[in-house]
Design a protein around this ligand. Structure first.
Ligand SMILES: [Zn+2]
Length: 432
């Protein structure tokens, strides 16, 4: 089934010309309304008029995560706040996160994109969807929610966490679809098993998973545990949220990128050079229809490959392979994006610490764990009666990690010079 047959099965040449037309419109809008883009285009000596074809895009400068941070909170907005109906944000310490605005029309388009994803997974108005993506500033929960309502499905707005309650509702409400991060689904299966539940006897038939990397071995495991079909959903809060690309039930090999709303390129992450379609590289997205804060050539840091072969589902939009690698040091912990620099920003604000730390990320059962060891300075160490003081610092770090990044960390302070400065600051023991 296809939600929007006209656009999703458009011949390739028609898609390309629609993209060029929409690209020219969005370039005009950002050039005249967003100071950042005017400046960056002027610096690159390019005008919206210079872009006559997709191949000309390479003349346009990239937008980076740093640009989002530098323009915090509303510097990249293209419309006045009175036209904005929703604000989402990425996690991060103040000034280091990014804010994303949506006009009414943005919300409508976003809902349609998610509706397309759900229909591509064979979901109809007769389905009940347990939505275990987080609701709040994170785009996952609400993004999924509006698309599900659009197709008339019954949504249970569970949000993340509270496994026991999730399991009770899985049994009592009989949802046919579950949406979450793949590791959370695995966690639910483990908890359910421990409670003596037979996960395969639930009414679930489809799972839509995303927000963190997962490979096909994990897919097989989830499918076996629940007796469901598991499909991959892709989205980035910076660009619009979930619903940028979706795996179709018929193809199950890569996710269709909705090219009437986005242009996707792959580049060499070192040189920035555009790669031929089909070569592995960093994904770069341009929004074609977003009104509130359009993004031009946004470098995602996600490494993938575009698949140009036609898909048996009939959709003509290009596909991207699962994202399993990053071009930078971003970590994804329980679906939350974290940079080591954000952890450092928390630590430098707490008195008594050396900047030396080590993060160990592991997966216990199905869930990610984060252990953080931080060196204290000599002064704190030599103060008498400082055990209480040290505990206070540990609690403060744990609280800040939770408050600013949304991550539960086990914190341990260690004596000065205990951690080798040459050692890796980040040790990721998880298998993806
Ligand atoms: Zn397909």
């Amino acid at each position: 089934m296809i939600y929007n047959e006209e656009f999703e099965t458009m011949p390739r040449d028609v898609i390309k010309s629609l993209q060029v037309k929409r690209l020219q419109q969005v370039l005009e809008r950002v050039y005249h309304n967003v100071g950042f883009y005017k400046k960056s285009f002027d610096t690159a000596k390019v005008k919206p008029d210079d872009i006559k074809a997709i191949a000309d895009m390479k003349k346009l400068p990239f937008t980076t995560r740093k640009d989002l941070r530098d323009n915090y909170p509303f510097g990249l907005f293209c419309v006045p706040m009175s036209n904005i109906v929703r604000l989402h944000a990425s996690s991060g310490t103040s000034g280091k996160s990014a804010v994303f605005g949506y006009t009414k029309r943005d919300i409508e388009i976003w809902s349609e994109l998610v509706a397309r994803c759900l229909v591509a997974a064979g979901i109809t108005k007769n389905d009940i969807i347990q939505n275990a993506f987080g609701y709040g500033l994170f785009t996952g929960g609400l993004g999924l929610h509006y698309g599900a309502e659009k197709i008339g499905a019954s949504v249970i707005p569970m949000s993340g966490g509270d496994a026991k309650r999730q399991l009770m509702i899985l049994q009592d409400f009989g949802p046919t679809v579950i949406c979450s991060t793949p590791s959370y689904a695995l966690h639910l299966a483990e908890e359910g098993k421990a409670m003596g539940m037979d996960m395969r006897s639930l009414k679930l038939r489809v799972g839509i998973f995303g927000a963190e990397p997962w490979n096909n071995a994990l897919r097989d495991e989830i499918e076996k545990l629940f007796g469901i079909t598991a499909l991959d959903l892709f989205g980035l809060s910076e660009v619009i949220g979930p619903g940028m690309a979706m795996e179709c039930l018929e193809g199950r090999n890569g996710m269709h990128v909705f090219e009437d709303h986005f242009i996707v390129e792959t580049i060499n992450p070192k040189t920035g050079e555009v790669l031929p379609e089909g070569e592995e590289g960093e994904l770069v997205f341009t929004t074609l229809t977003k009104e509130a804060n359009p993004l031009i050539r946004y470098r995602t840091g996600d490494i993938s490959r575009l698949i140009t072969e036609p898909c048996r589902c009939g959709r003509s939009h290009i596909k991207m392979e699962k994202v399993l690698k990053r071009s930078d040091d971003m970590l994804i912990i329980r679906g939350i994006n974290v940079f080591p620099a954000q952890i450092e920003a928390i630590l430098v604000n707490i008195e008594g610490l050396e900047p030396t730390y080590q993060v160990i990320i592991d997966r216990v059962g199905a869930l990610d764990t984060l252990d953080l060891q931080v060196e204290v300075n000599d002064k704190i160490c030599s103060d008498a009666g400082s055990i209480k003081e040290l505990q206070k610092i540990e609690q403060r770090i744990a609280k800040d990690m939770k408050d600013f990044l949304g991550i539960a960390a086990r914190v341990k302070l260690v004596q000065p010079n205990m951690l080798q400065k040459a050692d890796a600051k980040i040790i990721d023991k998880r298998r993806i």
